[in-house]
Design a protein around this ligand. Structure first.
Ligand SMILES: C[S@@+](CC[C@H](N)C(=O)[O-])C[C@H]1O[C@@H](n2cnc3c(N)ncnc32)[C@H](O)[C@@H]1O
Length: 301
C-alpha cells in the first residue's frame, strides 16, 4: 500500500491516553479504529489474501474450510470489513446459502457493498457487542477474520456469538499467532514497534483489544469459559508470501495497526527501514514475510 496522502500522526483519544500512560476505554478503541479504517479502508485484505500456508491456502480460505456446505445455510461474517471473505463465500457456496455481513465502519461497508451489485448480501452497520436485532439461534456459521483481537469488551461479543449460533453451528476466527512462531516475524514486529515508539514511547505497552485473545493459552481458557460443552479447537498456522523487497516492505507496513498511526513522512521512513531489512534478507531478488496466526473453531453442540 503506497500512501500518497499527506497525513499527520494519528491523534485519536486512544493514542492520547496511551501517550499519557492512561488506560483507554472501549470508546477510545472504537474512535481509534474508525479513524484508521476511514484513512486506510480495505487495508487488511491487501496482504492477508496473498499470504498462504504450505497447502496454498490464505487465512480467509482456512475459515471457509470450517463450513459444512450441506448442513450450514446462514453465514455471518462479523467485522466483515471490505467484504473479501463474503465474496469467497459467494464463489464457493450455492445460492441456497444466505450471507450476512456486520461491521461498525461505514467506509468498510461501502467497499463491501460495491462487491455485490446484485444487493444479495445483508449488510448491517453495528457493533459486534450489540447485535440485539439478530435473532437467537439464527446462524449456522459465524466468521471473524482478524477482528476478535481488536474487540473490547470481548466477552460481550463471545456471548453474543453463542446466542446467535444454532445447535451444530460453528464459530471460526483468525486471530494473531505467537510472535515467536514464524521466522522473521518478531524482527519485523520490533522494527515497526521500535520506530513507532520513537513517536509515542508507550505504544505497545497496551495493545488494541483484550490481551487474552492474543495468546493460544489464554484464548483457550476464555473460550472454554463461555462455550462450555462445545468442541473447541485452536490451531497455529504460518502464512507466507514472497515479493520484491520494496513491494513487500509496503505491504507489511500497511498491515500493522502500529504503522498506520504514523504521519505520511514517518510512514515512508519506516517503509525504507523495512525495505533495507528485506533487501538484506532476500534470495534471487525476493524476500519472504511469515505471518503467524491462530485459527479458532468452536462447534456448538
Ligand atoms: C483488521 S479489519 C478486518 C476486516 C475483515 N474481516 C478482513 O479480514 O478483511 C478489522 C475490522 O473489524 C471492524 N471492527 C472492529 N471492532 C469492531 C466491533 N466491535 N464491531 C464491529 N466491527 C468491528 C473494523 O471496522 C474493521 O473493518
Amino acid at each position: 500500500m503506497l500512501f500518497k496522502t499527506n497525513y499527520k500522526n494519528l491523534n485519536s483519544s486512544w493514542i492520547k491516553k496511551i501517550y499519557l500512560g492512561e488506560t483507554p476505554n472501549g470508546k477510545d478503541l472504537s474512535d481509534h479504529l474508525h479513524i484508521i479504517h476511514n484513512r486506510y479502508t480495505g487495508f487488511t485484505e491487501e496482504i492477508a489474501k496473498t499470504c498462504c500456508d504450505l497447502n496454498g491456502k490464505n487465512s480467509y480460505e482456512l475459515l471457509l474450510d470450517t463450513v459444512n456446505p450441506s448442513s450450514h445455510r446462514d453465514i455471518l461474517d462479523l467485522a466483515c470489513g471490505s467484504g473479501f471473505l463474503l465474496e469467497l463465500c459467494k464463489k464457493r457456496f450455492s445460492s441456497k446459502h444466505r450471507l450476512f455481513g456486520v461491521d461498525m465502519n461505514d467506509n468498510e461497508l461501502k467497499l463491501a457493498r460495491i462487491r455485490f451489485p446484485k444487493n444479495d448480501i445483508n449488510f448491517y452497520k453495528a457493533n459486534a457487542q450489540d447485535l440485539s436485532f439478530m435473532k437467537d439461534s439464527s446462524k449456522d456459521v459465524i466468521f471473524c477474520h482478524w477482528a476478535l483481537t481488536l474487540m473490547d469488551p470481548v466477552v460481550t461479543v463471545l456471548k453474543t456469538i453463542k446466542r446467535l449460533l444454532k445447535k451444530q453451528g460453528v464459530f471460526s476466527a483468525i486471530v494473531d499467532g505467537d510472535l515467536n512462531s514464524a521466522e522473521g516475524y518478531l524482527e519485523i514486529h520490533n522494527i515497526i514497534y521500535q520506530y513507532v515508539q520513537k513517536k509515542i514511547p508507550n505504544y505497545g505497552l497496551l495493545e488494541l483489544g483484550d490481551p487474552r485473545v492474543r495468546s493460544l493459552k489464554s484464548l483457550n481458557k476464555l473460550i472454554k469459559k463461555i462455550f462450555s460443552n462445545s468442541e473447541i479447537i485452536i490451531t497455529p498456522h504460518i502464512l507466507s508470501c514472497r515479493q520484491k523487497p520494496s513491494i513487500l516492505a509496503n505491504q507489511v507496513a500497511g498491515f500493522f495497526y502500529a504503522s498506520l498511526i504514523l504521519s505520511s513522512k514517518h510512514y515512508a521512513i519506516l517503509v525504507s527501514k523495512l525495505t533495507d531489512y528485506y533487501t538484506k534478507n532476500s534470495t534471487d531478488g525476493l524476500s519472504e514475510f511469515n505471518l503467524p496466526v491462530n485459527r479458532l473453531v468452536v462447534k456448538k453442540t
